[in-house]
Design a protein around this ligand. Structure first.
Ligand code: COA
Ligand code: MG
Length: 291
C-alpha cells in the first residue's frame, strides 16, 4: 500500500519557486524541464535543478525531476546530468510505450551500479497523457521500477481533440483507465491538474472525485492548492471511525461464523467492504506520519 502523493510542479529554471516549495510541507516536489519551461530556458532549468539537488534540503518532500520526453533529443543529456545528484525519482512525460520506460530504467540502473547505490533507489514515474499512452497502459504499467502513473488531462484532451469542460467527462474514460492499470500492477495513480488555481472549491470537488475513483494523489501547480489536495486525499475522522467500526464488527461476526452481516440493521458488510475499510485505515496512518 502506498501513501498519499500530492505532486507540486515547479518550473525547473525558477530557483525562488524551488526554495518556496521546500516550505510547503508537500508530499512531492517535481522540478520540471518539460512544459513548465520555455524551450529557450531548458539549459538553465537543467543547471538550476542539478544545483538544487546538490545544495538544498528537501526534508520530508520527495524530490522528483521531470525530464523531456524520450525521443525529444534532450532526455539523454538531462538524465546524465541529473542522475548523479540522486533525485528520489524521475518523471517521464508523454509516455506511449514500454520501450521508452525500459530505456530510462536502463539509464538509471547504470548510474546506480556506477555509484554503488542500491538498485531501485531512484524511482520511476510516468505521465500517461496521449491516446497511444492510454491504449498501451498495460505494457507501460508492467515495467520494472515503476512506482506511479500520472494522468495528464490537458495533454490528453488536446491529443484526442476533446473540449475541456468543468465536469471533465471528456477525459473520464482515460482518467479511470489509469487507476485500473495502476491497481493491476500495484502502482500509485496520481490525478490530473486543476489549472484554475484560484478556484479552490472546484479543486476540492475535483480532488474528492479523484479520490473516489481510486487515485491516491493529485498534481498541483500552485502553493494554494497543496493543503486542499492533501486534505482530500487523507481520510477524514468520520471515514476513519466508520472504517474502524467495519473492521471491528467484521471480526466479531467471523467469530459467530458469519462472512456477511448487517451493520446497523441496514448495510450489508462482507469481505470487499472490509478490504476497503482496511485501505482507508492504512491511508489514514500514512497521512498521519506525513504531518
Ligand atoms: N511552486 C513553488 N512556488 C510557487 C509556485 C510553484 N508551482 N507557483 C507560485 N509560487 C510562488 C510564487 O513564486 C510566489 O512566491 P512569493 O510570494 O515568494 O513571491 C507565490 O507562490 C504566489 O504565487 P502567485 O503570484 O500567486 O503566482 P505566480 O503568478 O507567481 O505563478 C504560475 C503562477 C501558474 C505561473 C505558477 O504557479 C507556476 O509556475 N506553476 C507551475 C507551472 C508548471 O510547472 N507547469 C507545468 C506542469 S503542469
Ligand atoms: Mg503534460
Amino acid at each position: 500500500m502506498h501513501s498519499r502523493r500530492t505532486l507540486l510542479y515547479v518550473p525547473g529554471d525558477d530557483r525562488h519557486k524551488i526554495e518556496k516549495a521546500l516550505t510547503l510541507n508537500v508530499d512531492c516536489i517535481c522540478m520540471d524541464m518539460e512544459d513548465g519551461v520555455a524551450p529557450s530556458r531548458k539549459p538553465e532549468a537543467l543547471a538550476c535543478i542539478v544545483a538544487a539537488l546538490q545544495e538544498l534540503d528537501f526534508g520530508q518532500s520527495e524530490k522528483l525531476v521531470r525530464i523531456n520526453p524520450v525521443g525529444s533529443g534532450l532526455e539523454a543529456d538531462e538524465l546524465a546530468a541529473v542522475l548523479p545528484a540522486h533525485p528520489d525519482g524521475i518523471v517521464i512525460p508523454k509516455v506511449e510505450n514500454a520501450r521508452q520506460v525500459a530505456w530510462v530504467n536502463e539509464q538509471i540502473e547504470s548510474v546506480e551500479l556506477a555509484h554503488g547505490w542500491p538498485l531501485h533507489s531512484i524511482r520511476l514515474i510516468v505521465d500517461v497523457e496521449t491516446a497511444r499512452g492510454i491504449l498501451n497502459l498495460n505494457e507501460i504499467a508492467s515495467q520494472p521500477r515503476l512506482d506511479a502513473i500520472i494522468f495528464g488531462a490537458e495533454d490528453f484532451a488536446a491529443d484526442i481533440g476533446a473540449m475541456r469542460t468543468p465536469e471533465a467527462w471528456e477525459v473520464f474514460h482515460a482518467r479511470s483507465a489509469v487507476v485500473i492499470a495502476a491497481a493491476a500492477y500495484g502502482l500509485q495513480a496520481i490525478d490530473m491538474v486543476s489549472i484554475d488555481f484560484k478556484d479552490i472549491e472546484k479543486l476540492r470537488a475535483e480532488s474528492r472525485f479523484g479520490a473516489q475513483l481510486g487515485y491516491s494523489g493529485k498534481q498541483v501547480i500552485h502553493p494554494n492548492q497543496v493543503a486542499p489536495v492533501q486534505e482530500a486525499f487523507s481520510p477524514d475522522q468520520a471515514a476513519i471511525e466508520h472504517a474502524q467500526r467495519i473492521v471491528a464488527s467484521f471480526e466479531a461476526s467471523l467469530k459467530e461464523g458469519k462472512g456477511a452481516y448487517a451493520l446497523d440493521g441496514n448495510k450489508m458488510i462482507d469481505m470487499p467492504l472490509v478490504k476497503a475499510a482496511r485501505a482507508v485505515l492504512l491511508r489514514a496512518n500514512a497521512a498521519k506520519k506525513k504531518l
